[in-house]
Write a protein that binds this ligand. Structure first.
Ligand code: NI
Length: 264
């Protein structure tokens, strides 16, 4: 069985076909999914899915790309994270990919927002879901300055080279790989996929984005995390079942979710 550690099934394209999304998960032996929040405005739709479906979990956070979203405070994040299905803080982090004429110095609001999330993770004991794009050095530095290693978390949709994976692992973070790992030209991601200790590896879809081969360019959904898992198993020359078991165990351990009873 596989688990999707990061998806956005509350987004348009997936939300309106939820019965089918869940049926396809069952068909592909994808047992659980974590629906990740990107802002407070859409958080109710994330929580509603987690409340309606036993195998869907939620997070609370404001994405670094959502500049005009309501700015979260530590107290608000802590309060919202008390929901019984909320298992993580995020997604948060830094993204300097679209500076649009601004300098990195201008992005202080992102760094402040990231620090707020790390402080909320400390206060709640819940792990962080970290997004980093074109900003690895600052991401790692702020994680270190804010002592993100406790409670730790996951570097999601990881696309950085091993030189970034290694210090993230040293800070007690997991590495989560998306469908990008199945892309032929993703050499850095292939290298990371081979080298991350198995007990620190997670898999995700980040759906509706980034569908793995053979669905590249098409809408993505949690069922397709099985293609991500099988591809990594092949890279590591492991049986699919071993990769599935390890990444599923890691998911339950990191997000402190009680394991379902056998047969459930
Ligand atoms: Ni995401």
């Amino acid at each position: 069985m596989f688990v999707d550690s990061h998806c956005h099934i509350n987004f348009e394209g997936l939300a309106e076909r939820m019965p089918d999304v869940l049926a396809k998960m069952r068909e592909h032996q994808v047992t659980h999914a974590l629906c990740v929040s990107v802002d407070f405005e859409t958080l109710p739709s994330v929580l509603a899915l987690a409340e309606a479906h036993e195998n869907i979990y939620a997070s609370v956070g404001v994405h670094p790309d959502h500049e005009d979203a309501k700015e979260p405070s530590v107290a608000e994040l802590v309060e919202l994270a008390s929901h019984p299905k909320v298992v993580a803080i995020g997604e948060t982090g830094l993204d300097y990919y679209r500076l649009e004429g601004r300098t990195i110095a201008d992005m202080e609001w992102q760094r402040e927002r990231f620090r707020t999330h790390i402080r909320a993770a400390h206060a709640t004991g819940k792990p962080l879901i970290v997004h980093t794009r074109s900003s690895a050095e600052d991401t790692l530095r702020i994680m270190e300055e804010e002592h993100a290693s406790v409670p730790g978390g996951v570097m999601h949709c990881f696309t950085e080279p091993w030189s970034v994976a290694a210090p993230a692992l040293a800070q007690n973070f997991y590495i989560s790989l998306s469908g990008i790992v199945t892309f032929k030209n993703a050499k850095d991601v292939h290298d990371v996929a081979r080298r991350v200790p198995l007990e620190r590896l997670l898999i995700e879809t980040d759906s509706p984005y980034l569908a793995p081969v053979p669905y590249r360019g098409k809408p993505n959904e949690p069922a397709y995390v099985s293609y991500v898992g099988r591809f990594i198993a092949q890279l590591r020359e492991l049986p699919d079942e071993a990769l599935a078991q390890a990444t599923t165990d890691n998911f339950f351990r990191l997000f402190k979710i009680a394991r379902p009873e056998a047969g459930e």
